[in-house]
Ligand binder design. Structure first.
Ligand code: PLP
Length: 408
């Protein structure tokens, strides 16, 4: 297969000028849009006209011109026919699942996924009679064994939160397609690094809140898929995004649009630092997990599936053994070393550190955390790119020596 280059794909996207030829796109802030002829309105409601059929807009919960520009750029980057932006990553995920699954349906999901998604599957969807079986997504036999006649979706994150397990997207896609069901992939941790659609996924969901926006100043999401699936989500009478209403504000779309051009530069730098920091920690005999280390169980798979030139991301984990030790290290890294901030989330220009078991994965029961390999002392470190790398490595080394390895 010829290597996919998401940057070339982005360049091919239609360039959007702002009003008066502005180099930045315009922000179109109208909630509703005038139709020039009364007969046009019923045609829009019948799905015969829209942004791509005559440039026709109706109402901004349906389509907004500025949000539409962002959707087109994301579709280009992901190699999908279309995309739709949402108010958050969670709404992208929940609307996607509710579009595919009805009462009585079943999901096979990776056990190593963001805590909010885990809670959606484990606690909320069963109230709608949609059940999930959680599996180790790297165990293809376990995935197959969990499937039933009712299974409609295989759901995974490309790089699992927070265990950093890498899903074999082509193998999962083959398994899903043999049964004529969909593979839905959350690629939040690894934009540009992996392109799930090119690897066989049907639907790619994102929390744009993280790397794609990159400034930790807004919440946003997206669904990238075939035109027919995006049209289903936006159907005026039945579409889950249209009816549940998690609309993206055009000002948010504008902000993200202005940051996409430097996403490749940012991702390369996050990865460069991830690789260097992980190697240093390994040499210090710290229990570090990073897909770019040869010891990572899916290291070779990650290299095989990744796009050339973006590395393997800016997130690593350190198993400090206990939650107390993890908290001690966080304290030193933030309050003594100014290495990063104790905060959830990722993809920021500064480093964000959190203890997953008691924060973003706290929705997951303790025994399930253990099963998925999530230690209570696991620190997730989402490396930023401020300050020079050498200084950052010295700060990390001092912190680790003080708290974990006992040598100062
Ligand atoms: N997917 C992953 C992998 C995440 O880490 C998160 C949030 O941390 C989400 C989805 C949810 O995104 P949002 O907070 O934008 O709703």
């Amino acid at each position: 297969m010829e290597a996919y280059n998401p940057e070339h794909a982005l360049l091919k996207a239609r360039r959007e000028f702002g009003e008066h030829g502005g180099v930045a796109p315009s922000i179109s802030r109208s909630s509703t849009f005038t139709v020039m002829h009364p007969k046009t309105m019923p045609e829009i409601f019948a799905g015969l006209r829209g942004p791509e059929q005559g440039g026709c807009f109706l109402y901004s919960r349906h389509f907004n011109p500025t949000v539409d520009v962002l959707s087109r750029y994301l579709a280009a980057m992901e190699g999908t026919e279309a995309a739709i932006c949402t108010a958050s990553g969670m709404s992208a995920i929940s609307c996607t699942i509710l579009q595919i699954c009805n009462s009585g349906d079943h999901i096979v999901a990776s056990e190593s996924i963001y805590g909010g998604t885990h809670a959606l599957f484990e606690s909320l969807l069963p109230q709608m009679n949609i059940r999930t079986t959680f599996v180790d997504i790297t165990d293809l036999e376990a995935v197959k064994a969990a499937m039933t006649q009712q299974t409609k979706v295989i759901y995974t994150e490309t790089m699992g939160n927070p265990t950093l397990k890498i899903a074999d997207i082509p193998a999962l896609a083959e398994t899903a397609h043999q049964r004529d069901i969909k593979l839905v992939v959350d690629n939040t941790f690894s934009p540009l690094i992996f392109t799930p659609k090119i690897l066989g996924a049907d639907v790619v969901v994102y929390s744009l809140t993280k790397y794609i926006n990159g400034a930790s100043d807004l919440i946003a999401g997206a669904v990238c898929a075939d035109k027919s699936f995006i049209q289903d989500l936006m159907d005026l009478h039945t579409g889950r995004i249209m009816l549940l209403g998690p609309t993206m504000d055009p000002r948010v779309a504008f902000d993200i649009l202005q940051r996409i051009p430097h996403l490749p530069i940012r991702m390369r730098e996050h990865s460069r630092r991830g690789q260097a920091m992980a190697q240093m920690l390994k040499q210090m005999d710290v229990k570090v997990c990073y897909p770019g280390l040869p010891e990572h169980p899916q290291h070779e798979k990650a290299q095989e599936l990744g796009n050339d030139g973006y590395g393997l991301g800016g997130i690593l984990t350190i198993d400090c053994g206990t939650r107390e030790k993890a908290e001690e290290l966080m304290d030193v890294l933030q309050n003594e070393e100014s290495f990063g901030m104790i905060a959830v989330s990722l993809g920021y220009f500064d480093t964000l550190i959190s203890c997953s078991g008691s924060s973003t994965s706290s929705e997951i029961k303790t025994e399930d955390q253990q099963k998925m390999g999530l230690s209570p002392g696991l620190l997730r470190i989402a490396l930023g790119y401020t300050g020079d790398l050498e200084t950052r490595m010295v700060q990390m080394k001092r912190g680790v020596q003080k708290v974990l390895t006992g040598v100062e």
